[in-house]
Write a protein that binds this ligand. Sequence first.
Ligand code: ZN
Length: 406
Amino acid sequence: MACRICSGRLHPFADFGRQPVSDAFVLPADPGEEFFFDLAVGVCESCAMVQLLHEVPRERMFHDGYPYLSSGSAVMREHFRALAGRLLATELTGPDPFVVELGCNDGTMLATIAAAGVRHLGVEPSGGVADLAAARGVRVRKDFFEAATAASIRAFDGPADVVYAANTLCHIPYLDSIMKGVATLLRPGGVFVFEDPYLGDVVERASFDQIYDEHFYLFSATSVRAMARRHGFELVDVERLPVHGGEVRYTLAREGARTPTAAVAELLVAEEAAELAAPATLSAFAGRVAGIRDGLVDLLTGLRARGATVYGYGATAKSATVLNYCGIGPGLVPLICDTTPAKQGRLTPGSHIPVLGPEAFADPYPDYALLFAWNHAEEIMAKETAFRDAGGSWILYVPDVYLVRG
Ligand SMILES: [Zn+2]
């Protein structure tokens, strides 16, 4: 099997078995025929890029019914507002600046740019969330971004000062076409800024649920620098971000256009010291993950045996990997509560656990709540004080299986 970036040899290191499309929630009355694929991961022996071995067709993942909303969390709204403010202050200061966001979702970031009166365009293939962005005054093009899209945007709008993408680039197997598009679209001195889950955090926390159909790549500074150089770009800045369980924000500029910050060298050195992409490191990660699976299934089986109730909290895309890899179904977790209307009244993909609205969580409270949205743990636990007061406990499973008592 060959690397999607450089055609180097892939070393497989983890296999999570047969998995559904993570956001394909099914109707109870008409489950239809679900699409499954083998969720296996490998690392390129040449460029160190960690990637899935099998690809899910993009139309199966990013369609009009795509249910994830960037604006769903107060922490994320503030994260994007701060980033927009920084771009406005540092990169969008020339005459008539222009910023393009790839995968703008519901326009959470671009709404701040639009409010400042700055020219912008969101490119978003998922029609439902694109409509939400348009409703907030964001200019949106409903499309997948690739080389041809970039050429037509440049012809109409001129070059961009900033191309930005949050939790989008790692979704896209055909990065070659994206990078060609960015090279076409960016002004000579412009920057390509993107943020995605960081391999270093996934390995350190054993957060295996960051691996699912939509996360085709797990980036590191080492692999991003190699990928950038293939397209005449240099990695000029990196920033560790606490959101979504640990991400890095990468800034690319054309080779020679900017001097890389000290943070780039620091992260590259840290990755080398940790042997982050070494087969031994990644095999050890896979071993820890198998231990988490066994521990979680033992805990849930034991709780069921003594009559305790366990509800899931947050029918996240990430939860698909946990549920299907661990073989957890409605027998162990009878329901999952989620605030996303598009998921409510449906069953989780593959594992077929009913998803109900947040009101079901308190009606009455379960003894335990399995927190699939662990990346928002602080925000959620602060909100659910009544669950704690009712004697409830949270179950978490990264970096290991543990309980947080009320
Ligand atoms: Zn490679």
